[in-house]
Design a protein around this ligand. Sequence first.
Ligand SMILES: *[C@@H]1O[C@H](CO)[C@@H](O)[C@H](O)[C@H]1NC(C)=O
Ligand SMILES: *[C@@H]1O[C@H](CO)[C@@H](O)[C@H](O)[C@H]1NC(C)=O
Ligand SMILES: *[C@@H]1O[C@H](CO)[C@@H](O)[C@H](O)[C@H]1NC(C)=O
Ligand SMILES: *[C@@H]1O[C@H](CO)[C@@H](O)[C@H](O)[C@H]1NC(C)=O
Ligand SMILES: *[C@@H]1O[C@H](CO)[C@@H](O)[C@H](O)[C@H]1NC(C)=O
Ligand SMILES: *[C@H]1O[C@@H](CO)[C@H](O)[C@@H](O)[C@@H]1NC(C)=O
Ligand SMILES: [Zn+2]
Length: 937
Amino acid sequence: WVCVVCGKVIMRKGCFSTMCVLCTVVATVSVATLIGIWIFQLLPSIDPPAVLWDSYRLPTALLPDTYHVSLWPRLRPSPAGIYVFTGNSTVVFRCVRETDLILIHSYKLNLTAEPTLTALSGTPAPIIHSTWMQDTTQYLVMQLNSKLTAGESYVLRTEFVGKLGNDLEGFYRTAYKEGGVIRTVVASKMHPIHTRKTFPCFDEPAMKAVFHITLHHDRGTVALSNSMEIRDKVDTVVDGTPVTITRFKPTEYMSPYLLSMFVSDYTNVQSREDTLVRVWAPPGAVSQGLCACALSLTGRLLHLLQDYYNVTYPLPKLDQVTLPDVHYGGTENWGLITYREKRLFYEPRISSNRDKQSTATLIAHDLGHMWFGNLVTLSWWNEVWLSEGLALYMSYLSADYTEPNWNLKDLIVLNDIHRVFAVDALASSHPLSSKEEDIMKPEQISELFDTISYSKVGLRGSAHAQFTSTYLQTFAYKNTVVSDLWDHLQRAVDANGTVRLPRPVREIMDRWVLQMGFPLVTINTRTGVVTQQHFLLEPDAAVETPSEFNYEWIVPITWMKSGMEQKPDWLLQRKIHSDMKTVGDEWVMLNVNLTGYYRVNYDSENWERILEQLRTDHQVIPEMNRAQIVDDAFNLARAGIIPVALALNTTVFLSKETSYIPWESALMNLDSFYHTFDQTDVCGNMKKYFKKQATPLFEHFKAITPGWMRVPAGHTDQFDRLNAFRVGCTAEVDACLNLTVSWFSQWMEEPAQNPVDPNLRSTVYCSAIAAGGAKEWEFAWRMFQNTSVATEAERLMSALACTRDTQRLESFLSFTLNPVKIRKHEATSVIVQVARNKAGRALAWNFVRQNWKYIFTEYGAGSFSFAELIHGVTQAFSTQDQLDQLRRFKEDHSDIGFGPAAWALELAMEKTKANVKWVTESQPEVKEWLSAAAGRA
Ligand SMILES: *[C@@H]1O[C@H](CO)[C@@H](O)[C@H](O)[C@H]1NC(C)=O
Ligand SMILES: *[C@@H]1O[C@H](CO)[C@@H](O)[C@H](O)[C@H]1NC(C)=O
Ligand SMILES: *[C@@H]1O[C@H](CO)[C@@H](O)[C@H](O)[C@H]1NC(C)=O
Ligand SMILES: *[C@@H]1O[C@H](CO)[C@@H](O)[C@H](O)[C@H]1NC(C)=O
Ligand SMILES: *[C@@H]1O[C@H](CO)[C@@H](O)[C@H](O)[C@H]1NC(C)=O
Ligand SMILES: *[C@H]1O[C@@H](CO)[C@H](O)[C@@H](O)[C@@H]1NC(C)=O
Ligand SMILES: [Zn+2]
């Protein structure tokens, strides 16, 4: 991120002026807030349980040192017809406080022998008097006949059998198809609390230990784990079954959730410098070269991160494997990262630029976790946003380094900040950090991760290598709490000498982290008075979360005046500041380049001056702020703070705008505006206005890329071109529609020769299918089933939802209940895509209502993102009737519940309520504005 005060950035060197520190700091928060949406279940305080095994947190009397774990996944069903794995585990733990009770996490495991306990020293150990499973808190409990001695170490051995399900959690099985043959793969996802489903363990992030893993697996398959395999693999026969036994070197000292195991017949591509890097995939994918891009990116990123942090990657190897079924992007297991395959594969002829960008940022994110998260781990899940935030910041920073022309640091505004703003402006939002005791139960921990899609989180800040490096070095192999980071930041500030912060770092940060939401800063240019207030999309909404800071923030104010002149920056520390010397006839603009996490409002004269500047020469205002002005205005209008006509006025300059970022921001706002109002009588004029604004952009790019045939060199220029095309087709510019139809029919005539530029494909497919009929749809469906390239499949799948034929949409929806047609992890996406189509909105909603029970009980959270589903399906709700339906939906299904979607449902109701109010109140004004605009056309 470009830090304003320091001007240029500065990839390697930190900058430590006051404002830069604040940039970092405030930026941390912005992500952070998004991550804060994980943390929603604020519970009444829990009474201390009467017995230890009723507590969701482990007692600290026993601390693990090492584990030896031996597992055997069985790829043929047991006589009872279920898939299982068998195993045994030995854990050495220290007793730090005497106790006659052993509590160790274990869930859904059946013991196949009595656990045995011995003392490491050889002296007699207490006898295990009784053993039972405590399912609510997920413990294996062992009551001893006498106490363990403080200072002694003990060895506990267990033997067990567990289910090798296809639920994508813990140790599980999945399959991929190649050359028409289905092959089984055994994978794992322990993060955040599934290690306990694999073997009994102290399953909390602060319970770090060294793990020695051994895997029994079918001959001819390859087994992988976090550390390097030991060379002398053994082929043997156990219980009449031929197997290979692979042992792995001891892992680093690490949290149990970072474990990973993988058994497959995959092959790999590899490179070796200091670290052996391998990318594993099905043999066909590897031989097609789909992993080459990931391999080369990984090598470069690993280098960069080690230099940047000045901390070596501690393992001798880094494996990355692709999985066909997962709904997350990647999981940062130390030394064995797993990815969703379509996010990792890259095929130059078929993948778009956006695919490449997403691969680079994803790898960078998970590599960033090798330090933030794996080497240094947050003590408890309530503060997990910090490692996510830092990993995210690093993902942009380092992806930006590998692809300097991509402008990634600016794109973060679109990708992340706007999304965070949207959620965090609701009264039902939540602070970033919750209290440790509020996140206790397994469901709560899972929910933290369920509502986020890792790729959506963003973090900005100025370069911060200096203090992150000392932070990492100080806390390597340890656990931290967030205040450790503030202390480090404070020390860095103090050590610099030239920097003076008006308040301690922690005091500034607490306001951003411990209270939800963000400020709206208002400047009155006539009086020079600057104020801040908690910004709420629905100002009358009751905010139930109290804040000890009274919703006051310490806000870094950056600003510019006409002619790009930049003034010294300062901190808004109170609700009111009455002395900003800006009075004059020139326009004033705050939050230059959106370095601060706040929205801005002005007095009407200043708004008018800014609009005038946009009309006459919009490029005087930085791109990022052109985007932000539109976004702020629409949100302020929704909150009833400014007239909706003013928000619409901020879109007038678009007819001259050709840059990607402002257009993308405007599109997001206009799109949601359009969907909110498309059930009213302003619809026709709105379409006309949009078409009028979009046509020049379409024509501009058509001209500079003769007939859309030339791909511009710059990354954002390519996005620009794509956007222009998309805008053109969305606005139904005839030239655009004709082009898509003709390309698509060319393709239908010669399916082996797809004439469409990969970057334009999503738009072309969607618009051709919308315009076409059964023939086009069937063709796309066939291509969808036949393609082996995941990104192409995804494009086709989205496009299938674009048809206007409601019967077809209905049957497409029903396919989501049949995993043979639509894989489980794609189901959410299909339903949401259908809901985005105006013709499918009601169908998708009915479908979710009717099938909720089935969806909820049949598809585990591992394959279905319930929160995303609710959010996606209700996004355009804006009528009283829809609000009533939402309420009824909540009542009707209270018996089975909503799991991780419960909060999404609350947000949906709040947002719908705000929409209803907005549409009702502003419709006449919108109508008048649009008919005047149509008149001007
Ligand atoms: C705003 O960001 C742009 C693009 O990153 C940069 O070129 C420009 O210098 C920045 N403006 C200021 C005032 O920092
Ligand atoms: C302190 O910060 C300034 C301004 O960012 C920087 O130029 C200087 O090198 C820093 N000094 C030290 C000792 O880190
Ligand atoms: C564990 O035991 C229960 C109860 O006997 C049984 O239903 C379940 O199938 C067993 N699980 C495994 C993986 O064997
Ligand atoms: C890297 O860290 C080492 C200590 O581990 C330190 O001596 C060295 O100065 C650091 N290098 C840089 C460039 O900060
Ligand atoms: C919007 O722009 C029109 C035309 O320039 C102007 O007449 C009107 O006052 C503006 N409305 C607001 C609320 O700014
Ligand atoms: C775990 O126990 C050892 C002996 O201590 C056996 O040699 C292993 O075969 C066994 N592992 C499994 C998976 O059963
Ligand atoms: Zn992450």
